[in-house]
Design a protein around this ligand. Structure first.
Ligand code: 6R9
Length: 626
């Protein structure tokens, strides 16, 4: 018997699940970890087999499936068009304006090949970086797969980021090509993507060509010689639907994705073709229990890791039908999501606690006016889900028959790490246990495992196939950031507890990362945006609990001499952050202060600011300067 509040799966759920007995699978994976992953890898296509499943001769630079040849795109598309799946829908897309587009595996394969040829004609070659900056439209999927098909490395920048964030990421990745759109529809308004891109390109000089998808159709600037329309390129004779696929080494890079960490600039997390493919394929199949006839909807954005792994690669590797929606959940009314679930007969819904809490506020009558009986599985990701939201999701959306897969993982892990499966008993607020075979632990400051229910640092003790390989161009940072606090163990940056049943309960980040509405931001990015304003001398950002967003950004600003404190200036600074980093980073509040708590070495003590804001004891402040 498990302790606490437990939701047991019905016999029906267990009977139909891809994995019926978690303990058996776990035992198998623990006993022969490499054999387990090898067996999974064999379900996919390889042009040449591996010599070794796991090569740990150069820790922590682990390698998986060494010597093997593949290309993840072959397994996402080419493999399926040779079977009955050629006519199966790969993608169903609804625009915020109600526009509907569908694409079979055959059609997606064709569009990807055509665009891959376009990229080639721009001189894009294996190993080159291509930046993609778009809203949630099918072309973002096409662009990612086209780049990967020819061996280029995609770097997707979330469409909610703004000028400085985009410029910094283009520059750091040294991209020659930027793929964007004229705009994106969001809550009835247009996000002027091309205009933001134009401004970003004035700050960085690497891009030779900008390929622009027409979506919102407003007037935009097209710089002759540099900017080209996607639809025109796709109509050129060079855009044929035959495009040889680049045969990749399992360890060749597939993409980089920038994410925030402790201090300094965002870092580019690097993932590869082979191990990443095996990891996301397997985890999606087992956890979201993918069946041939499913219609699966991951409501995240392709610009974040959740979108990379579980909108683009995971579903396509499994040959499933994915649904994608462009806009806001409550546009034009708070029933939009439920309406689409009914309309398209969605079976699996995977979203973030912040979205659930946001929709919960409108009341259950918006949900209840729709028939959601097609749903059989729900999912949650991005931050801890509070039991109240979990129960609402379970009762109102899932009608008490859909298990909730609360999946804990990171940009760096590439795939689910702590997660239930449909056959696993659930405790609201816990992601249950690590994925079969994966060993994790919770340690105190000195590296000793803590007792049950005590808080400590969450670490991963076994390498896993979809693990990041390095921080792009900065292997030292990879080692320092993730592998040096407890040598041999991967440091997640999260704190957690484990109960007497071995269930993990994530508490939150212990570093300078703030999860706002599930989006990952760094205090440093927000602070440097503030300091780039002429009025600001110094700034500090912290995250404080927020009912819907999980965390909200609070900032403290020291003004330069000659600037007056005013509410107008506060508004101006908030807008400035939104313009530089993106609307998601807009501070909830800005407080003008005369000084900031600092260590004697000059580091801002955010923990002290946080304690003060929450009215808590700041703890040890012996390192604070006078
Ligand atoms: C996938 C993703 C990673 C951080 C992670 C943790 C938080 C993600 C969670 C969760 C509790 C879950 N996090 N999933 N916390 N329960 N199910 O979100 O990646 O953007 O890199 O963020 O998100 O704090 O360390 P990423």
């Amino acid at each position: 018997m498990l302790s606490g509040e437990v939701y047991y799966p019905s016999e029906e759920v267990i009977k139909n699940a891809n994995v019926k007995n978690w303990d058996e699978l776990n035992e198998r994976a623990v006993k022969d970890y490499e054999g387990f992953w090898e067996e999974m890898a064999k379900e996919l296509h390889w042009f040449e087999k591996w010599q070794k499943v796991l090569d740990d001769s150069d820790k922590p630079f682990y390698k998986w499936f060494t010597g093997a040849k593949t290309n993840i795109v072959y397994n996402c598309l080419d493999r399926h068009v040779k079977t009955f799946r050629r006519n199966k829908l790969a993608l169903i897309w609804e625009g915020e304006d109600g526009q509907l587009r569908t694409m079979s595996y055959f059609a997606l394969h064709r569009e990807v090949c055509k665009f891959a040829n376009v990229l080639k004609s721009m001189g894009v070659e294996k190993g080159d970086r291509v930046t993609i900056y778009m809203g949630r439209i099918p072309e973002i999927v096409i662009a990612m797969l086209a780049a990967a098909r020819i061996g280029a490395i995609h770097s997707v920048v979330y469409g909610g980021f703004s000028v400085e964030s985009l410029a910094e990421r283009i520059e750091d990745s040294n991209s020659k090509v930027l793929i964007t759109a004229d705009g994106a529809f969001q809550r009835g308004k247009i996000v002027p993507l091309k205009q933001i891109a134009d401004e970003a390109l004035q700050r960085c000089g690497t891009v030779e060509h900008v390929l622009v998808v027409k979506r919102t159709d407003q007037e935009i600037n097209m710089e002759s010689g540099r900017d080209l329309w996607y639809h025109e390129l796709m109509n050129l004779p060079i855009a044929t639907q035959n495009c040889a696929l680049e045969i990749m080494d399992a360890e060749d890079p597939l993409f980089i994705l920038y994410t925030s960490g402790t201090t300094g600039k965002p870092k580019a997390i690097l993932h590869t073709h082979g191990g990443y493919m095996v990891g996301v394929y397997t985890t999606l199949k087992f956890v979201f229990d993918i069946k041939e006839e499913d219609r699966y909807w991951c409501a995240a954005d392709p610009g974040w890791i959740t979108g990379h792994s579980y909108i683009v690669y995971g579903p396509l590797l499994n040959g499933t039908t994915s649904f994608m929606y462009e806009g806001a959940p409550n546009f034009p009314y708070p029933n939009r999501w439920w309406q689409m679930i009914e309309k398209y007969g969605i079976n699996i819904l995977y979203t973030a606690p912040t979205a659930i809490r946001g929709l919960m506020r409108f009341g259950e009558s918006w949900v209840k006016r729709h028939d959601l009986s097609s749903l059989r599985l729900l999912g949650s990701v991005g931050e801890p889900i509070n039991p109240e939201a979990w129960k609402w999701y379970y009762r109102v959306v899932g009608n008490e028959k859909c298990p909730i897969m609360d999946t804990w993982w990171q940009t760096e892990t590439g795939m689910f790490m702590i997660t239930p499966m449909p056959c696993v008993p659930l405790k609201p607020g816990s992601g249950s246990r690590p994925f079969p075979g994966i060993q994790m632990d919770i340690l105190d400051e000195d590296g000793n495992p803590v007792k049950p229910n005590e808080e400590g640092y969450l670490v991963i003790k076994t390498p896993w196939p979809a693990m990041l390989r390095t921080v792009y161009k900065d292997p030292e940072r990879y080692v320092n950031q993730y592998w040096s606090k407890y040598p041999g163990y991967y440091m997640t940056g999260d704190s957690a507890r484990r109960d007497e049943d071995g269930y993990y309960w994530i508490i939150g980040r212990v570093d300078d990362v703030i999860k706002v509405s599930g989006y990952r931001l760094g205090t440093a990015e927000i602070e440097s945006a503030l300091v780039s304003h002429p009025a600001v001398a110094e700034a500090a950002a912290i995250g404080l609990p927020h009912e819907v967003k999980g965390n909200a950004i609070y900032t403290y600003v020291i003004l330069k001499n000659g600037y007056e404190k005013s509410t107008a200036l506060i508004e101006e600074l908030r807008k400035h952050v939104a313009h530089e980093v993106g609307p998601i980073a807009k501070p909830e509040s800005i407080e003008f202060v005369d000084s900031l708590p600092k260590t004697r070495s000059g580091k801002i003590m955010r923990r002290v600011l946080k304690a003060r804001a929450l009215g808590e004891d700041p703890g040890n402040i012996s390192t604070m300067e006078d």
